[in-house]
Design a protein around this ligand. Structure first.
Ligand code: GLN
Length: 306
């Protein structure tokens, strides 16, 4: 059934492959072929269904924020919410505008400012190398794939051009919401964003969110069912920045996007879905990827809104 669904989705989006604009503010991402398209579904029963370029690694960028949030909640628990909020921002991913009124507390962990605080939480008490090792090990473990790596060229490219992120980090440091030296925290953040994964690896890595906190089947717990539910809630409300409402309207599933053109979606109780198409819409979310998920939700009838 899901192979048929993927074939139908592909037929629906084929005329739109290449639409949108590849992110060019990170020079290493500007070189990506805009005609790529891949999609993978990992089910709670342990099946994997793929179509297109689903085994080709791409820069997951902000999709990594789901994994670092999961790790940070594991590290400091609910205390995390003293340093980052959990409300949708209604502003673009790299916006600084709300930070002044809210005294350096970012609106949520999925905008850049929030993810930089989460990276800072993971860094405290460690060297950047150790924190990155922990992030990489976690992602490899939940995807059951030791091939997953960080693309150093992408990280360097972003480090050289990430002036807005540096501004956010410095601004929050002024409110004492960054504990470590700003360049170290940013180093962790840029490297986590440079994680390179395929749709197949990403769908498997996200499965715990759809499966009550567990890996496939009745496998080991990554987080409690309650925590998985809460992370899904944040993905639904904040995962697409100022287009989170539109994504809920069109797709109706918790999702997290990245400027590499990837989107990770969870279908609670059923499956985890990853899609990749590098061209972005005006909100910095994959244009054809969103279209593919809209088609997927229509053909499966899977949506948390019934
Ligand atoms: N690394 C990117 C940045 O900080 C991540 C943004 C994104 O994927 N939305 O600008």
């Amino acid at each position: 059934m899901l192979d048929d669904v993927l074939a139908k989705v592909y037929a629906d989006i084929a005329p739109h492959i290449g639409e949108g604009r590849v992110a060019n503010y990170i020079p290493a991402l500007a070189r990506i072929d805009p005609s790529k398209f891949g999609m993978a579904i990992a089910t709670v029963d342990g099946e994997l269904h793929v179509i297109g370029d689903a085994h080709e690694p791409f820069s997951i960028q902000s999709v990594s924020k789901v994994f670092t949030l999961t790790l940070a909640l594991g590290r400091v628990g609910e205390g995390l919410w003293k340093r980052v909020g959990r409300e949708p921002s209604g502003t673009p991913f790299n916006s600084i505008i709300q930070l002044e009124n809210e005294r350096g507390i970012p609106r949520n962990p999925f905008i850049n400012a929030g993810a930089i605080v989460v990276a800072d939480v993971l860094l405290s008490g460690h060297q950047p190398k150790e924190t990155l090792g922990e992030i990489l090990q976690f992602v490899r473990q939940i995807a059951d794939d030791d091939e997953i790596a960080i693309d150093r060229d992408v990280a360097r490219s972003e480090q050289e051009t990430g002036f807005r992120n540096a501004a956010l980090a410095n601004y929050m440091h002024a409110f004492s919401n960054i504990e470590n030296p700003v360049e170290k925290t940013l180093g962790v953040y840029f490297h986590q964003c440079a994680l390179s994964m395929s749709c197949a690896q990403l769908a498997k890595a996200g499965l715990f969110l759809a499966n009550g906190g567990r890996l496939a089947g009745r496998g080991p717990s990554v987080v409690s069912a309650e925590r998985a539910r809460r992370i899904n809630a944040l993905m639904l409300t904040c995962g697409h920045y100022d287009a989170s409402g539109d994504f809920a309207f069109r797709v109706g599933l918790p999702g997290k996007s990245g400027v590499g053109g990837g989107i990770l979606v969870s279908v609670p109780g059923k499956a985890s879905v990853a899609v990749w198409s590098p061209g972005l819409n005006e909100n910095g979310n994959s244009a054809t990827g969103t279209r593919a998920l809209e088609s997927f939700a229509r053909h499966t009838g899977w949506s948390i809104f019934g």
